[in-house]
Design a protein around this ligand. Structure first.
Ligand SMILES: Cc1cc2nc3c(=O)[nH]c(=O)nc-3n(C[C@H](O)[C@H](O)[C@H](O)COP(=O)(O)OP(=O)(O)OC[C@H]3O[C@@H](n4cnc5c(N)ncnc54)[C@H](O)[C@@H]3O)c2cc1C
Length: 334
């Protein structure tokens, strides 16, 4: 007798989608199907983009074909393909580089600060640091604010010690590419020669059309089960909006997408097979802070803790950088 299988759809083959698809395939016996839908042919490991930027990785090092998942019994349905261009830095030898975070929230609270420090290192290695001014503008009062004032201060100090000009609380209102000028809501204007811009992030249109999110908001979910307002439909990672007691949302970071994916995949498998106990996502997260010179910092904690997240920053050093390199290796191995 052929037993009827369920089909679990995983929409998006990023960090969360990949972890969820793997965990589901591991826990769900055939004939249950795991189908991953992704517009790109490849999985891109975002944390390595920072190393790509300064030439420590090649484009082919940070992507893998999603078709490889077929070997593990995950069916991949592919849509559109995206592209990467990171050549502007190679030809930049002098002038003002402006790093601008357009608005909150954005992917990875540490990333713009890491990018600024890695760029400083990159220019120093190329012996053109003296000729380059590095300006970092962010529309937030300080780095990694959700992690608390101590972590924020520590990251800010790391950035400023490298001679990077940091302007917090600057929300960009206009970028004039012809005049190479930036205007901010505060009235500040600034010029640049090369612009590194983190564009505004918003929830995908289809999530609004599907009734998963309101216009201008992220997908609300139960913060422990990640279930949306529709029973049996889950949202994980960057697409979700999870308010914390401090009045700020859970940051958009791969580590949360990863943890949430494991919980959701497990709970779907439990619901289908009837085996095991349901789990809850408890809000734990950690993050490397790449600094250049083969060093990194590391922060870890519970972001669901009340009355405020309890996040600790560990003394930076080469060991945390080595740990991130190992993490990248392990990601591809898995
Ligand atoms: C430079 C950089 C460095 C970072 N470093 C870190 C780090 O050190 N640590 C950390 O924890 N996080 C880091 N992050 C953040 C981390 O990459 C994201 O938080 C994580 O990728 C979120 O996972 P996700 O699955 O929610 O979304 P994504 O990984 O963005 O995956 C979403 C997927 O859905 C696909 N998709 C979207 N719409 C459609 C559609 N309509 N049809 C089909 N497919 C679609 C996309 O192509 C994408 O592959 C970094 C981010 C950046 C940009």
């Amino acid at each position: 007798m052929i037993r009827e299988g369920k089909t679990v759809l995983v929409l998006g083959g990023g960090v969360g989608g990949l972890v969820a698809a793997h965990a589901l395939r591991k826990q769900l016996p055939r004939p249950h199907r795991v189908v991953l839908i992704e517009r790109s042919t490849t999985h891109l490991f975002y944390p390595s983009l920072l190393w790509l930027m300064i030439g420590q990785r090649k484009a082919q090092d940070i992507r893998r074909p999603l078709a490889l998942l077929a070997q593990q019994g995950i069916e991949v349905v592919q849509g559109e393909i995206t592209a990467l261009d990171a050549k502007a830095l190679a030809t930049f030898t002098a002038g003002k580089l402006a790093l601008v975070v357009a608005s909150l929230p954005y992917k990875c609270p540490a990333a713009p600060y890491e990018a600024a420090m890695l760029l400083e290192y990159f220019f120093r290695k190329r012996k053109i640091r003296e000729q380059v001014t590095l300006d970092l503008y962010a529309g937030e009062p300080g780095p990694m604010g959700v992690a608390g004032p101590q972590v924020s201060r520590a990251v800010r100090d790391l950035v400023q010690q490298k001679g990077i000009h940091y302007s917090p609380d600057q929300s960009v209102t206009c970028v004039d590419p012809h005049a190479r000028q930036l205007s901010f809501a505060s009235g500040l204007t600034a010029t640049y020669d090369l612009l590194a811009f983190v564009p505004p992030h918003r929830v995908p249109r289809l999530a609004i059309e599907a009734g998963l999110a309101r216009e201008g908001a992220w997908v609300p979910v139960d913060r422990s089960t990640l279930e949306t307002r529709y029973q049996g439909v889950y949202a994980i990672g960057d697409i979700t909006g999870i308010p914390l007691v401090i009045g700020k949302p859970l940051p958009k970071a791969g580590v949360f997408a990863h943890g949430q994916a494991e919980v959701v995949a497990h709970n779907i498998a439990v619901a289908i097979t009837g085996k095991g106990e349901a789990r809850r996502f408890e809000g734990h997260g950690e993050c490397f802070v790449e600094m250049g010179d083969g060093k990194a910092g590391f922060a870890r904690g519970n972001f669901y803790a009340e009355p405020a997240p309890t996040v600790k920053m560990y003394t930076p050093g080469p060991h945390w950088h080595a740990a991130k390199v190992l993490f990248e290796k392990d990601w591809w191995r898995r």
